[in-house]
Write a protein that binds this ligand. Sequence first.
Ligand SMILES: Nc1ncnc2c1ncn2[C@@H]1O[C@H](COP(=O)(O)OP(=O)(O)OP(=O)(O)O)[C@@H](O)[C@H]1O
Ligand SMILES: [Mg+2]
Length: 429
Amino acid sequence: MNAPWKSSMPGNRDPFAAFLCDEAALEVLRPVVIEMGWQPEKCNKGGLRNAVQSLSITASPNILMVDLSESGDPLNDINGLAEVCEPGTVVIAVGQVNDVRLYRDLVASGIHDYLLKPLSPGQIRDALIQAQAVFSQPRQTDASTAKRHISTAIVGTRGGVGASMLATSLAWLFSTDHKMPTALLDLDVHFGTGALSLDLEPGRGLTDAIENPSRIDGLFIERAMIRANDNLSILSAEAPINAPLMTDGTAFVQLEEEFRQAFEMTVIDLPRNMLINFPHLMADVNVVVLATEFTLASARDAIRILSWLKANAAHVQTFVIVNKVQAQNQEISRADFEASIERKVNFVLPYDLKGASNAAKLGQTFAEANRSAKSGAVVRQIAQTVLGIGDGEEAAPVVQGGKKSLLGKLDLKSMLAKKKEPAKDQVPA
Ligand SMILES: Nc1ncnc2c1ncn2[C@@H]1O[C@H](COP(=O)(O)OP(=O)(O)OP(=O)(O)O)[C@@H](O)[C@H]1O
Ligand SMILES: [Mg+2]
């Protein structure tokens, strides 16, 4: 059984729960449940509908026994159960219809066993022992059915380079053009613009998560996240600016873990200072989109961030996006920039004031508001590349030899090399 929003957190789950329609069946069940060392109070009066109601607000048990006797359309109702039941739950159905086709269909829909009423203690005991064995078996992860998930962090080399514009646009594109369930996590806790650019109120979701990391589970994210469209949910905050950020980062790691279970894409708007304070966040990230500009300061910080990523998060694939590019009006040239960072940039986004103003006026992401503009097309290409379906031609590595680095000329690069980041920045293994 599997619910799109929920995750399996073995620590929070009861070993067993039952929902049976009649007292006679419950009386047979309770002594066996006590024998198994489980709580008899978890044997509830009620059928499939009560099970669905109850599991939509609480964690699923490891083993669930559910009575189909009062269900008019058991197969359809079982699908409803699948929506609220967490992965790994072993479900035993109970009913009074002796029909082998029904049995087969139930098993095909993910039910472990079907017990025919009237129940006997021996029959229940056998079924529960078997279900327990199935639950404890190591899960076989079938590569073809394993859920694909890409976590993308957008980091800006300097303030205002357009990292948040890219984060919201990519999340929006993944969720609409690519129809992928997507979570947008805006870790600019005080000044984030993720919700603002989608014309939404951020709510208290992220603040609650930071204050109570232990509460974070599938149900919490379902309630705390703001829906931007059918496939896009956002978690952000506008924390009061007189309240400093009080967290050791546990909440963020926990959220990453939940998102991995519940969505196909996670997009994290990750301000530079958060990367420094919570480097372990990178452990779960697959792709880094480094947003930058053709300026000297951005070149220096691109070098530092790329080198940090190489040393501390070698598993991530990095794309360098240069934003707000104006032909003939750049502080440093593309060639100098590439020579300095010792790799090619992957995408160049033109300065597009009209596009930015369109997005602001419409309360839409840059990508949505500028579908027919060149800048909008580039953002779509970036989304495709992150998904591994785009033209990776520009994703070339280090520039070999060739032009002398501008930073080299200024002797900044060798200075930076000497001042290598201290070892305490290392990602914990
Ligand atoms: N290509 C572009 N052309 C013109 N304006 C742009 C472009 N990209 C982003 N902007 C505008 O630049 C401003 C800053 O963008 P954004 O907030 O995305 O940057 P940021 O890197 O997240 O900044 P911060 O450091 O504050 O988090 C916004 O007003 C945005 O609309
Ligand atoms: Mg930002």
